[in-house]
Design a protein around this ligand. Structure first.
Ligand code: KIV
Ligand code: ZN
Length: 399
């Protein structure tokens, strides 16, 4: 009897916008050389699409998009463009050297964007989408349309806008939470509604682009995936406008670690997560917080004695993923006032001191006393404490 064939998990495409939305954040701008280095790293990371910049924004950004388009093969290279001919033409010219190219056209659809920023009626917005998506389709292999501020747009009008973009030729439809306003339940409902009502939606890729103003960008992106999004726009270290975008490392590791819940996969090479994060910090001079998920210095560090004992017995007691799996080296047992004997014995041994139980008890007291006044204990501090204890031990006539 033939066995049951399991369907392969569906793939969620990673659209990396570190070099566009990410670099729009104050303090994160990158020149062409930096973008080229980062783009090569994003290719190694396995990004499906690299948004290299906004060609019409400045001559430097045009140059950077063109340089990435010429140098990076494999992923699709993309440039952002407002819904006008000049922007789309600049994007097309910058992308010309790329093997696979995508123009990303966007236009605001929410009432506040229509009234306060664009001063356009609904009809004019639909007309601009139709004309400009059609124009972009003549200039690039692929066109993505984003309804800016989609999550604050009237759902019926949003559906109409997306239907117009699909009819004009867009093959990726992005539904951005531009201001980080939505919640997981709400975005799930909106994506489900769009999947059920937008004509032509079955022939395109639905995409999520979530900002982190309420700290919900990753949770919202995952909820969109659960409702059928098959592209997520993210950035390394979660950089981006204001509080940032969905962090690629968090999204990818949530999908991988909770495959039982999400049932999808990405093509990201997870071992490149740490190197990509570190390269971005180096290029921008902006560090990540120590407690940042996946890539922070403390993401795999343990100071509490109970945790250290657990991790030494079996890392799965306090770690849901291995640091080496994400290019973050080894778990770290940090000595401090909360740490315990097991970690101290191991660290002392690595420094050449084999401690018997009574010596370990004394060393532990000394370490805690020192830790009460210092934030952390470096190897040099520990060496000093252990050497002093060893000398005292010898003086007392022990060998
Ligand atoms: O946040 C946003 O709406 C954007 C669009 C340009 C996609 O970045
Ligand atoms: Zn954005």
């Amino acid at each position: 009897m033939a066995g049951r064939v399991e369907a392969a998990p569906e793939r969620v495409r990673i659209f990396d916008t570190t070099l566009r939305d990410g670099e729009q954040a104050p303090g994160f701008s990158m020149d062409t050389a930096a973008k080229l280095q980062m783009a090569a790293c994003l290719r190694e990371l396995g990004a499906d699409v690299i948004e290299a910049g906004f060609a019409a924004a400045s001559p430097g950004d045009f140059e950077a998009v063109r340089a990435v388009a010429a140098a990076v093969e494999g992923p699709t290279i993309c440039s952002l463009a407002r819904a006008n001919e000049a922007d789309i033409t600049a994007a097309a010219r910058a992308l010309a050297p790329a093997k696979a190219k995508r123009i990303h056209v966007f236009l605001g659809t929410s009432p506040i964007h229509r009234q306060a920023k664009l001063r356009m009626e609904k009809e004019a917005v639909l007309e601009a989408i139709e004309t400009n998506v059609r124009f972009a389709c003549e200039a690039a292999d692929e066109v993505e349309f984003s309804a800016e501020d989609a999550l604050r747009t009237e759902p019926e009008f949003l559906a109409q806008a997306l239907e117009t973009a699909i009819a004009a030729g867009a093959t990726t439809i992005n539904v951005p939470d531009t201001v980080g306003y939505t919640t997981p339940d709400e975005i799930f409902r909106i994506f489900s509604y769009l999947k059920a009502t937008v004509r032509g939606v079955e022939g395109v890729t639905l995409s999520a682009h979530c900002h982190d103003d309420l700290g919900l960008a990753v949770a919202n992106s995952l909820a969109a995936v659960q409702a059928g999004a098959r592209q997520v726009e993210c950035t390394v270290n979660g950089i981006g406008e204001r509080a940032g975008n969905c962090a690629v490392e968090e999204l990818v590791m949530a999908i991988a670690t909770r495959a039982d819940l999400f049932g999808v996969e990405t093509s990201v090479n997870r071992r490149m997560i740490g190197p990509a994060s570190r390269l971005l910090c180096e290029l921008t001079g902006q560090p990540v917080a120590a407690n940042k998920a996946i890539v922070g210095a403390n993401a795999f560090a343990h100071e509490a004695g109970i945790h250290q004992h657990g991790v030494l017995s079996d890392p799965r007691t306090y770690e849901i993923m291995r640091p080496c799996e994400v290019g973050m080296g080894e778990s770290r047992l940090v000595l401090g006032k909360h740490s315990g004997r097991h970690a101290l014995r191991k660290r002392a041994l690595a420094l050449g001191f084999e401690l018997h139980d009574n010596q370990l008890a004394v060393a532990c007291q000394e370490v805690k006393r020192f830790a009460d006044t210092a934030r952390s204990i470096a190897d040099a501090d520990l060496l000093r404490i252990l050497s002093r204890l060893a000398a005292r031990h010898e003086e007392a006539g022990h060998v």
